[in-house]
Design a protein around this ligand. Structure first.
Ligand code: GLA
Length: 534
């Protein structure tokens, strides 16, 4: 017996009648930077009320460094462990799991099944491991008949059964590629997949991966949380700086389409990969932070240099990316090889600013306050997010010196105070309880959620409609809050019970909703339990 409870309402996806142009993958790869499409959002309001990805998702995916090989359970577990031990988890990275790498097959009866040779614990077993580490589980599939390598089945014509299977594996994030989709209407296809995800009953971050094909920024906010705007950022194993800069430039033009719950995705990060210098890694990371791009690391987390760890875990830079306003910054001006990036007001009224030097020589530039949306007469404090120094108060503007391939990443504020927005870290996303005997029992399991940001949160509000066997209370201890899950087994039949608990909160300074928090509660009842005696 299996009972599944989902706490919190999830709306049906809106059906779209928008007709999209779908150039071939090859064409789109070549032409991507030229076809940014409309200048303003077509479907500005997305239909999702799952509260997911209200700030850009953070995590790790294998493709950039490994490609298809080696991808197996051992590798993903090692990466999960490295995510925790390196401090990336504490910096907010959460979504992790396999990309394309033969992790499942389709059985003759149509159902997906784990490739047990590569994933001996099963994809569900791996998901449980990820959740117990306080991380979120990411999986991969394709909207067509086969994945890009053609070695794995795509989800075409199996959308509803596949999404049920992904829910059973406990995926929290699904990347859905666009290979082998000849003749498919892109909007209808991704809408069907969204409907299937909703029907499966598990809230999931939907990452569309059509590399910009079909102009997803125009319509995909109604059916997903992020969409690739560009081709692959590198061939597996080696970063390609020039190519990454072309992707940044194409993605920058789409700033108007991004916002909480719907993000432009210029692909996984190359910071820390072979082929680029430490300053390029840092510049790349800064650009992704300023563009409110998903921060999905793509390097080998098991063998990172100190410099890479320092870059990827810079909470002041991450705070720019995770700002609850969710505004994508963009280029204000370009002067030869120097560019000024701004247009990203932050939750406390400060501004994020980036000066990027793509030239061969050190550069010095003057930034006048009005260029970054600040009153010319204002006296401002300037925080350098890489040197961790604050200067000010300065009137009129600031002068910065930037080394080649490097950035000056700044935060400009009227106050000498640079608070971090919420960055949420969990000790676990899975509560597993087991009852024995036929006498009623009360069992408890707790998870603790910590905010690494500097503003204290109100208590999380747990969604209505918990199943009768489960109650949840939240206690606050400074930056940490503990969710105590109490299970009463009275009257339950032998079987497996499952609930997904949702909790919501608001960022206190801006009042903006935070990404909903979800976790799983599993209960195994080993014998029929008597009802409580009166
Ligand atoms: C596409 C995607 C990549 C990766 C591969 C897997 O190229 O854009 O990120 O998922 O498929 O084959």
């Amino acid at each position: 017996m299996k009972k599944i409870w989902l706490i919190g309402a999830v709306a049906l996806c809106g059906l779209l009648s928008y007709t999209a142009f779908a150039p071939s993958r090859e064409l789109s790869m070549r032409a991507r930077s030229h076809f940014s499409g409309a200048q303003s959002p077509v479907s500005a309001v997305h239909a999702l009320d799952d509260g997911l990805a209200l700030t850009p998702p953070m995590g790790w995916y294998p493709w950039n460094i490994f490609g298809e090989e080696p991808q197996n359970e051992k590798l993903i577990r090692e990466i999960v462990d490295a995510l925790v031990s390196s401090g990336l988890k504490e910096a907010g990275y959460a979504y992790v799991g396999p990309d394309e790498g033969i992790c499942f097959y389709r059985q003759p009866d149509g159902r997906l099944t784990t490739n047990l040779e590569r994933y001996p614990s099963g994809l569900r077993g791996l998901g449980d491991y990820v959740h117990k580490k306080g991380l979120k589980y990411a999986l991969y599939t394709d909207a067509g008949t086969r994945t890009c390598s053609t070695e794995m089945p795509g989800t075409k014509d199996h959308e509803f059964e596949d999404m049920l299977q992904f829910a059973d594996w406990r995926a929290d994030y699904i990347k859905i590629d666009w290979c082998n989709t000849e003749g498919q209407d892109i909007v209808k296809t991704y809408t069907t997949i969204c409907d299937a995800q909703r029907a499966a009953g598990r809230p999931v971050v939907h990452s569309l991966c059509s590399w910009g094909e079909g102009y997803p920024w125009r319509w995909a906010s109604a059916v997903g949380h992020l969409w690739r705007t560009t081709a692959d950022i590198c061939a597996p194993g080696q970063a390609d700086w020039a190519r990454a800069m072309r992707m940044a430039s194409a993605n920058e033009k789409l700033a108007a389409f991004a916002g909480p719950g719907h993000w432009n995705d210029p692909d996984m990060m190359i910071s820390g990969m072979p082929g680029i210098s430490d300053s390029q890694s840092r510049s790349f990371f800064s650009l992704w932070c300023l563009m409110a791009a998903p921060l999905i690391a793509g390097n080998d987390l098991r063998s990172m240099s100190e410099a890479t760890i320092k870059t990827l875990t810079n909470l002041e830079a991450i705070g720019i990316n995770q700002d609850p306003m969710g505004i994508q910054g963009k280029i204000v001006w370009t002067d030869g090889t120097i560019s000024l990036w701004a247009g990203k007001p932050l939750f406390d009224g400060s501004q994020a600013v980036l000066v990027f030097n793509q030239g061969r020589h050190p550069a010095q530039k003057q930034i006048a306050w009005p260029e970054i949306g600040v009153d010319a007469a204002a006296a401002c404090y300037v925080r350098n997010l890489w040197t961790y120094e604050t200067t000010g108060p300065l009137t009129g503007g600031v002068t910065v010196s930037v080394a080649p391939d490097d950035v000056a990443m700044l935060r400009v504020s009227m106050k000498n105070d640079f608070p971090l927005p919420p960055i949420i870290v969990a000790d676990s996303y899975l509560v597993s309880l087991r009852s024995t005997g036929s006498a009623p029992q009360k069992l408890t399991g707790a998870i603790t959620i910590t905010n690494k940001g500097s503003v204290e949160l109100s208590p999380w509000r747990v969604g209505e409609g918990l199943p009768a066997w489960l109650s949840v209370s939240v206690t606050k201890n400074g930056r940490s809050q503990t969710f105590t899950n109490t299970v009463s087994t009275a009257g339950l039949k032998k079987g497996l019970y499952h609930a997904v608990v949702r909790a919501d909160n608001k960022e206190p300074v801006s009042g903006k909703p935070m990404s909903a928090l979800y976790y799983d509660v599993d209960l195994e009842v080993t014998r029929d339990v008597k009802a409580k005696s009166r």
